[in-house]
Design a protein around this ligand. Structure first.
Ligand SMILES: CSC[C@H]1O[C@H](OP(=O)(O)O)[C@H](O)[C@@H]1O
Ligand SMILES: Nc1ncnc2[nH]cnc12
Length: 351
């Protein structure tokens, strides 16, 4: 794609479209891991340094019909990478495990405790190519540190706080517990997560963060606290009704944050001020010689890591893999929303 989107945004619960930006077009890529959660909107923004683009997808689909355990995270990350994205900022609604993180507050976590149950595909290296990504810092440090002051500024400049005297606080360097769901936690679990050092809880940072790392994309998460989960003995445990109440007022803030930080993040990524560590990050993580890996798998991996899989060029294999991806798409319940525009068909023939 000419002038590709460098920044990708993944919208979470409550954030299904960026209607505050100009949407130039929508693409429906089919990746070797099937279609992403939603069509991807390419938004454009005029900046003093010229127009820039951004790619947006809705994690749970445009109508919130994909539960957390079924989010096609591999396809989401692969599609963004293939479009030219280098850095992803995800948005997520989270429960608070700390008194000081109040509903409505914004949190940018730096650590993860993975409590998913192994039922989500969480790696691109699950077949004959063995790869081990570093994950000690699960979020891209430079991207995270870069966006903290920008998000703070965006919160300060948001005109529609319900109570201006009580505007959301920003909490940095927190630990997010990622649970499987879809049921919320018991009080005992909620208390245990607090003892473990968890500060917030959601159902989506894993495997998104792991896959972004494997695809050599910088990834950071901007979380909105919607509830106090289940640990407070003087309050009823969290309900969806409670979450939705905060999300309604919060979607506008998330959109404002996106629009406010976009130009600076784009420029910082382009000028290699941030998100430089991820590129090349998998170079020493791949264990298996290509001679031992199936041609189809090499082709799949080339989609996300072209630099390491230049040898995967067999067009017949490409056709087979595309038709396999199509059959994943065709068996998908949301197939009606995934027409393939001509330009994407053309783009795919460049794979
Ligand atoms: C609607 S409450 C639980 C749901 O909300 C969060 O979604 P997201 O991270 O996509 O904003 C949480 O992770 C759960 O999936
Ligand atoms: N309490 C909670 N637990 C898990 N995910 C959530 N998303 C929003 N609130 C949550």
């Amino acid at each position: 794609m000419e002038n590709p989107p460098v920044v990708g945004i993944i919208g979470g619960s409550g954030l299904y479209k960026l209607d505050n930006l100009h949407i130039e077009r929508t693409v429906n890529p089919i990746t070797p891991w099937g279609p992403p959660s939603s069509p991807i909107s390419i938004a454009s923004l005029d900046t003093p340094k010229g127009p820039i683009k951004l790619a947006f997808l809705a994690r749970h689909g445009p109508h919130h019909n994909i539960p957390p355990s079924a989010v096609p995270a591999r396809a989401n990350i692969a599609a963004l990478k293939h479009l030219g994205v280098k850095a992803i900022v995800g948005f997520s609604a989270v429960g608070s495990l700390r008194e000081e993180i109040r509903p409505g507050d914004i949190i940018i976590p730096d650590q993860i405790i993975d409590r998913t149950k192994g039922i989500r595909p969480s790696t691109y290296f699950d077949s004959t190519m063995v790869g081990h990504a570093m994950f000690g810092e699960p979020f891209d440090v430079s991207l995270r540190e870069f966006i903290v002051p920008l998000v703070k500024e965006a919160i300060n400049s948001f005109p529609d706080h319900i109570n201006p005297a009580d505007e959301p606080r920003l909490h940095d360097k927190k630990t997010v517990v990622v649970m499987e769901g879809p049921q919320f936690s018991t009080r005992a679990e909620s208390n245990m997560y607090r003892q473990w050092g968890g500060d917030i809880i959601n159902m989506s940072a894993v495997p998104e963060a792991k896959l972004a790392r494997e695809a050599e994309l910088a990834y950071a998460l901007v979380c909105t606290s919607t509830d106090y989960d289940a640990w407070r003995t003087d309050a009823a445990p969290v309900t969806v009704e409670e979450v939705l109440k905060t999300l309604k007022t919060n979607a506008a803030l998330s959109k404002h944050i996106t629009a406010s930080i976009l130009a600076a993040v784009h420029e910082a990524v382009e000028s290699k001020q941030v998100a430089t560590q991820c590129e090349g990050g998998m170079k020493h993580s791949l264990m298996t010689p290509h001679s031992e890996v199936s041609a189809e798998e090499l082709w799949r991996l080339k989609y996300i890591l072209p630099a390491y899989f230049e040898d995967a060029t067999d067009p017949a294999l490409k056709r087979r893999a595309v038709s396999k991806a199509r059959s994943i798409r065709d068996s998908d319940e949301v197939q009606g929303t995934h027409g393939i525009p001509e330009e994407v068909e053309r783009g795919r023939s460049r794979v």
